[in-house]
Design a protein around this ligand. Structure first.
Ligand code: ZN
Length: 370
């Protein structure tokens, strides 16, 4: 078996790709914004309530350093795509629940790209939710969207479907299929990358293949969709340093299957991953000191008084579904707490303000974050 280093050498994935990236780095010193959906739907009860804090040790420890909005409301449609689309557009969305339509109004990614002359590598969305392939744009160039888990599933499915003798256990097979999927451009299956020139497109393909293969090879091999999402997001940060990034975690939606313990495990794992994302920001000179991170659940889940649903679903529309929190960390987020109700649609306006983008939407910029 190849060692990890040999593997990357054979695949041509080491020095060459890092050098190529240098040419595409954005200017230093500019503000960066990372929106993290602590996602899949999680209740206050299992997070920032007194009894929930034990599930989120990293966020609980980070909270005193950041600005905490106690009352951040999702007043829109309580589905995953609409909730996250409302976050990135600043307007309550009511489109197809399963992501078959693009958001109905422009995303902050598009306004950023257009107004700030941001490159195709400056806006990304890395998502665990498989229905998010159109979350990055309402129609004009917006965020590159990567659904890492879907890419890997497609590659494995392809290997299984193909000729005999090509086992899934054979990593080369999986890698070959991944490469061809990325080359053929299966938009909607697992990624949508805006054209950035041949050299860079090839570099993006290599970066994604490389990072996805680490899923199979590396000592850090992730074991869940959200871990893979974190891993790819970190790789994209290291390679392309985007100024605007959405990281969508989603594993805690496992709650729909009815296991409270799996739901709690997913919450604690996401908490750990958000902590690791923060650690990366602190250690990465292109992010440290100039990055504002906005962490919020895209929706809650039904309250326990709702006997038919409880933590399983998120459709009752009760306070447990709608009333969430938002934690702002990093640049411009002075330590403190705000009681005033804010809303999910305020996130896009806030990000726009931080990035110097002119913006109008139903949501307004959070004035505590500068
Ligand atoms: Zn759900």
């Amino acid at each position: 078996m190849l060692s990890k280093r040999d593997f990357f050498k054979a695949a041509g994935l080491t020095v060459a790709s890092r050098v190529a990236a240098e040419a595409f780095q954005p200017k230093d010193g500019e503000r960066k914004v990372i929106v993290v959906t602590f996602g899949g739907g999680v209740r206050y009860a299992e997070t920032f309530s007194p009894e929930g804090l034990a599930n989120i040790p990293r966020l609980a420890a980070l909270k005193p350093r950041g600005h905490f909005y106690r009352d951040c409301r999702n007043l829109g449609v309580l589905s995953h795509f609409n909730s996250t689309a409302s976050i990135v557009t600043g307007n309550w969305q009511r489109v197809d629940d399963f992501g078959f339509e693009a958001p109905a109004s422009p995303t902050v990614f598009e306004a950023f790209r257009e107004q700030r002359a941001a490159s195709a590598m400056d806006a990304w969305a890395i998502c665990t939710n498989k229905s998010f392939s159109s979350i990055g744009s309402a129609g004009t160039p917006g965020a590159n969207v990567v659904l890492p888990k879907q890419l890997l599933i497609e590659a494995v499915k392809d290997v299984v479907r193909r000729a005999e003798g090509m086992g899934v256990a054979d990593r080369d097979n999986v890698q070959r299929r991944l490469e061809s999927i990325l080359q053929e451009g299966y938009e909607g299956v697992g990624w949508t990358i805006f054209k950035a020139g041949r050299k860079l497109d090839r570099h993006v393909q290599r970066t994604l293949t490389h990072a996805l293969m680490e899923y199979i090879n590396g000592p850090e091999a992730p074991t869940s969709g959200d871990e893979l999402t974190f891993f790819i997001a970190r790789e994209v940060m290291r390679e392309f340093s985007p100024r605007l990034l959405l990281v969508n975690f989603w594993d805690m939606d496992v709650a729909h299957w009815g296991s409270y313990s799996l739901y709690l495990q997913a919450i604690t794992r996401t908490d750990r991953l958000v902590g690791m994302l923060w650690d990366e920001i602190e250690q990465n000179p292109r992010y440290k000191g100039r990055t504002t991170v906005l962490v919020l659940p895209e929706l809650g889940r039904d309250g326990d008084q709702n006997a038919a649903n409880g933590f399983l679903n998120h459709r009752s529309g009760d306070a447990s579904c709608r009333n969430m929190w938002l934690l702002a960390l990093g640049a411009g987020a002075a330590a403190g707490e705000t009681e005033r109700p804010v809303a999910h649609v305020d996130v896009a306006a806030t990000a726009a303000g931080l990035l110097g983008v002119k913006w109008t939407s139903q949501g307004k910029a959070l004035k505590e974050i500068a």
